[in-house]
Design a binder for this molecule. Structure first.
Ligand code: SF4
Length: 165
């Protein structure tokens, strides 16, 4: 698909949260790495990885947390609060691999909540992803980032000082 080469799982995740963040990340604007929530996310990954395999990087585009039985792509999240973003991120991995002739299923893991959720790449989700990929490319190509909009995520966002001080 056209425009797929600039997209990665992180951009898909943020697309469903905040378009401004998509622009900032894609233009390599450094976020505050000491942000408590980034630190907590890294910590959960480290603890979980002691029991699981390391992440798999494909084409510098998708970073798969776990591959179960070579059939299921697993993605670890610290909470299910932004589950739509998480679902679409995994769906993007499945979509990307499908373009390479690899058909897999996905699973979201929320170790802190002891929850799991299956992700299947349906026709509807594929269509939605194609639209998201087009939109993200439009956002990336803007000269300036979209204006900040106060949303629930701003409270924990690593860019909050840049947007709101
Ligand atoms: S602080 Fe809010 S508006 Fe700014 S990038 Fe983060 S989520 Fe978007």
């Amino acid at each position: 698909m056209e425009g797929l080469n600039k997209i990665n799982g992180t951009l898909i995740w943020y697309y469903y949260i905040c378009p401004r963040e998509v622009w900032l990340i894609s233009h390599a604007i450094e976020a505050n790495q000491d942000n408590d929530f980034l630190v907590l996310g890294r910590h959960i990954h480290e603890i979980f990885y002691k029991k699981q395999k390391k992440e798999i990087l494909i084409d510098n585009t998708i970073k798969i947390d776990i591959l179960f039985n070579k059939k299921v792509v697993g993605e670890i999240k610290k909470s299910s609060k932004f589950v739509k973003s998480a679902r679409m991120q995994v769906a993007f991995y499945l979509y990307y691999l499908k373009q390479k002739g690899i058909n897999l299923e996905g699973e979201l893991l929320f170790p802190e909540e002891r929850k799991r959720e299956k992700v299947v790449l349906t026709k509807e989700i594929e269509t939605e992803l194609q639209k998201a990929i087009q939109d993200i490319n439009k956002i990336i190509n803007l000269d300036k980032p979209p204006k900040p909009k106060k949303i629930q995520y701003c409270k924990t966002c690593a860019y909050k000082e840049m947007c709101w001080s």
